[in-house]
Design a protein around this ligand. Structure first.
Ligand SMILES: *[C@@H]1O[C@H](CO)[C@@H](O)[C@H](O)[C@H]1NC(C)=O
Ligand SMILES: *[C@@H]1O[C@H](CO)[C@@H](O)[C@H](O)[C@H]1NC(C)=O
Length: 361
């Protein structure tokens, strides 16, 4: 009678020790909140991860390991060896463009600036330049300005990608203009996508103005597909209707009932009972577009307290806090945290334990 019991205990101990009971949690916020974990896609039964977000690498057990790049550019590590998270395989500059050069993972696993000046993207390990920065191309082994002003990228003297309204002409190696009022084309004769507010004429293929006022794109001049939605138009049988309510940005199907209001300063919101656009009821609210009684976004230096339905000063979190994310009601989760401190002070701590401390310099 004792054997089965101790076997059970042994199994339970093994389960705990190997972490077999661990579950994969999918992080749907991704880049917006990597603190929710590194897994982008879990397996169908949620037992392991199948794809990690950049800055994480998948290990053999199906978990995402956070990269921990070393050196000056270690924070730009986007893929690493999951067995040695300090060894970077891929590096990438930030989306804000704070770096005006490319990075690559060198043979020591360190993120390193591309050796060639002006190079935006270079091969892993050897650093061979693959793309120069915008408006430049590899010419005689160096990143140099494209000769052609409408070229987005070039290679040698040849334009390979062009700004909208033009196309790379292989016969001349330069960017040539698309037909009039055309945004994208593969050649001078036929337009693929007309400019905003224009559509193709069935007989000639030329881009001509859409007929309906407020129309953004039309499949033929008389048939609108998309209206300028957030400035008060909506699509009704191939034509655009305009909302009649003052300050209205969006009304669906009833010109006299507004769902979302819009005002240069944002202080009007829809009244769900009357359909009018009323002034925001919450003090210090910067935007209450879909409901005048609740605040979507408090003004800088305030956060929204959903329970109290009030915008509360960030200084209540910490006396030196000047910004705390300007949150309003809605999908964002968790408590407000300080994101900016006043002059002479800086943000310290993480997640729920954020304070302002005196700056060192
Ligand atoms: C896996 O997790 C997701 C999200 O948590 C859930 O919607 C889904 O039902 C889970 N699938 C299984 C098989 O448990
Ligand atoms: C550098 O690496 C890339 C891809 O990893 C490869 O295509 C290229 O041939 C290499 N260049 C040299 C000079 O070794």
């Amino acid at each position: 009678m004792r054997a089965p019991l101790s076997l059970l205990a042994l199994c339970a101990a093994l389960l705990l020790a190997t972490g077999a009971a661990a579950k994969c949690t999918e992080n749907t916020e991704g880049w917006d909140d990597l603190s929710l974990g590194g897994c982008k896609t879990c397996s169908a039964d949620n037992s392991t991860c199948e794809e990690c977000w950049p800055r994480f690498s998948l290990n053999a057990e199906g978990s995402c390991v956070e990269c921990n790049g070393m050196g000056e550019y270690g924070a730009y590590c986007t893929r690493c060896d999951p067995e040695d998270p300090s060894f970077c395989l891929e590096c990438r500059g930030d989306d804000e463009g704070n770096l005006d050069f490319g990075l690559y993972g060198n043979e020591e696993g360190k993120c390193t600036p591309c050796p060639l000046e002006g190079c935006q993207e270079c091969a892993p390990l050897n650093g061979t330049c693959q793309y120069c920065r915008v408006k430049q191309g590899l010419i005689d082994g160096k990143c140099q300005a494209c000769e052609d002003d409408s070229a987005l990228f070039c290679n040698g003297g040849v334009s390979t990608e062009c700004y909208s309204g033009s196309f790379p002409d292989t016969s001349t190696g330069t960017c040539q203009a698309c037909p009039a009022n055309c945004d994208r084309c593969a050649g001078a004769g036929v337009c693929d996508v007309c400019d905003i507010g224009f559509g193709p004429d069935a007989a000639t293929g030329a881009c001509v103005p859409c007929e309906s006022e407020g129309c953004q794109s039309c499949s033929s001049p008389g048939v609108c597909d998309m209206c300028e939605y957030f400035v008060g138009y909506w699509l009704d049988g191939g034509a655009c209707q305009k909302c009649a309510v003052k300050h209205c940005a969006q009304c669906d199907g009833d010109v006299d009932f507004c769902n979302i209001c819009n005002h240069p300063k944002g202080e009007y919101g829809a009244n769900p009972t009357t359909g009018a656009c009323d002034k925001c009821a919450v003090a210090d609210c910067a935007n209450c577009e879909d409901d005048y009684a609740r605040c979507r976004l408090c003004r800088d230096g305030f956060y929204y307290d959903e329970a109290a339905k009030q915008c509360v000063a960030c200084s209540t979190l910490d006396p030196h806090c000047t910004d705390c994310g300007a949150m309003g009601y809605g999908p964002q989760e968790g408590a407000p945290t300080c994101t900016e401190c006043g002059q002479g002070w800086e943000v310290a701590g993480e997640y729920t334990d954020v304070r302002c401390i005196k700056s060192k310099d």
